[in-house]
Design a protein around this ligand. Structure first.
Ligand SMILES: Cc1cc2nc3c(=O)[nH]c(=O)nc-3n(C[C@H](O)[C@H](O)[C@H](O)COP(=O)(O)O)c2cc1C
Length: 351
């Protein structure tokens, strides 16, 4: 059975124009990544996890995660924490920043997060998890969604017990990444659990984990009854994975790859400032230029260059036609006024 990935669906009142969701990824899901995801077919994009404590202390870098551009909508901003009251306060800030959905992270397996009682740890404390969802849902008028793992231990089925409770507490949608926290990213996502969860709740379920092709997306949608699929690692440096899943475009040319990378670099500099962007972008070179698109040593060469200007020049030298593709992309890009929270002026540093 072919599922139409172009179908419209809803989280609460928020209309989502495709069944493809771009995953939240810490250290990846900057605004440039999310805008690109929307351009390539994602119906919903999500910020990386934002610390509710950081927001409550008005930490400048944390507040920077709340910058939202006009062409990102619909957009979920994901928050993590373990105190219902602090999470509620953070959710209000997310609403004020202009997000469409507040997403709560009950999936992060990283010790730095779980040892504070946040992330995947909440799955082992359903009362606390429900108190968080309840507090957040009551604090904002936006729909609240939850993203979770299957449970903490391998083979765990905790998500099937906790999921319906979270819905009763006010969650308007659940995303399930059916690996255990212990597994991190090893093994395979077991989407038979996704299918079981779909049967248990009357809100949309999003399936996350190992969606890497159109065929896989179709199979997971058809066999689980999930409303949408979420794509993470497959889209790193590869927005074409999204359009391919949507059934729209084939492999990009070298010129297109170089142009998208340069656009991504320029937008990231605007967002993070030149200094932070220079280090941040290094991992993206391999992601964009790999997959047999450019010779291997080329990536090494780019990583070693001192400035982003030099990286751009090398990319243009390797794919001269990229200039024209980039020009077209920049012309087409909505110059969308950013909807900005009233942040300290230094947040805007770098334009
Ligand atoms: C580098 C990286 C960072 C991630 N950060 C987050 C995060 O901030 N919040 C979250 O809910 N999931 C996070 N995830 C999990 C992804 O959203 C997704 O559920 C997971 O990668 C499985 O999907 P995939 O196989 O399509 O990558 C992260 C994953 C990766 C690889």
């Amino acid at each position: 059975m072919q599922v139409d990935l172009h179908g419209i669906w809803r989280i609460g009142p928020v209309e989502i124009p495709s069944r493809l969701v771009l995953a939240p990824m810490a250290g990846v899901s900057v605004q440039a990544f999310r805008r690109q995801g929307r351009r390539f077919g994602a119906g919903l994009v999500c910020s990386e996890m934002v610390s509710c404590a950081g927001l409550s202390y008005k930490n400048e870098r944390t507040l920077g995660y709340l910058r939202i551009a006009a062409d990102e909508h619909p957009l979920a901003v994901q928050i993590f924490g373990s105190e219902p009251g602090v999470m509620a306060g953070a959710a209000r800030m997310v609403e004020d920043a202009g997000a469409d959905i507040v997403d709560i992270n009950f999936g992060c397996p990283v010790r730095k997060v779980t040892k504070t009682g946040a992330g995947a740890n909440c799955l082992d404390d359903p009362d606390r998890a429900c108190a968080i969802v309840d507090a957040v849902a009551n604090a904002v008028s936006l729909p609240v969604s939850v993203k979770m793992r299957r449970g903490l231990q391998n083979g765990s089925r905790t998500c099937l017990d906790v999921g319906p409770k979270l819905v009763a507490a006010g969650a308007a949608s659940l995303t399930i990444h059916p690996r255990s926290a212990k597994q991190m990213y090893t093994g395979e996502a077991d989407h038979s659990l996704t299918a079981e969860l779909v049967e248990l709740v009357d809100v949309p379920v999003i399936a996350s984990g190992d969606i890497t092709s159109r065929a896989r997306a179709q199979t997971v949608l058809a066999t689980t009854g999930a409303e949408a699929v979420m794509v993470g690692r497959a889209a790193q440096g590869n927005p074409w994975a999204l359009s391919q899943i949507m059934g729209e475009r084939g492999e990009p040319s070298r010129e297109e790859v170089a142009a998208e990378l340069i656009l991504f670099m320029r937008e990231t500099v605007r967002e993070l400032g030149e200094q932070r962007a220079t280090g941040f972008l290094k991992k993206f070179y391999g992601w964009y230029l790999g997959r047999g698109r450019f010779p291997r040593p080329f990536k090494q060469e780019l990583v070693q260059l001192a400035t982003l200007e030099e990286v751009e020049q090398r990319l243009f030298a390797a794919a001269p036609g990229a200039r024209f593709v980039l020009e077209r992309l920049e012309d087409e890009l909505p110059q969308g006024d950013e909807v900005l929270l009233d942040l300290p002026i230094s947040i805007y540093g770098g334009g």
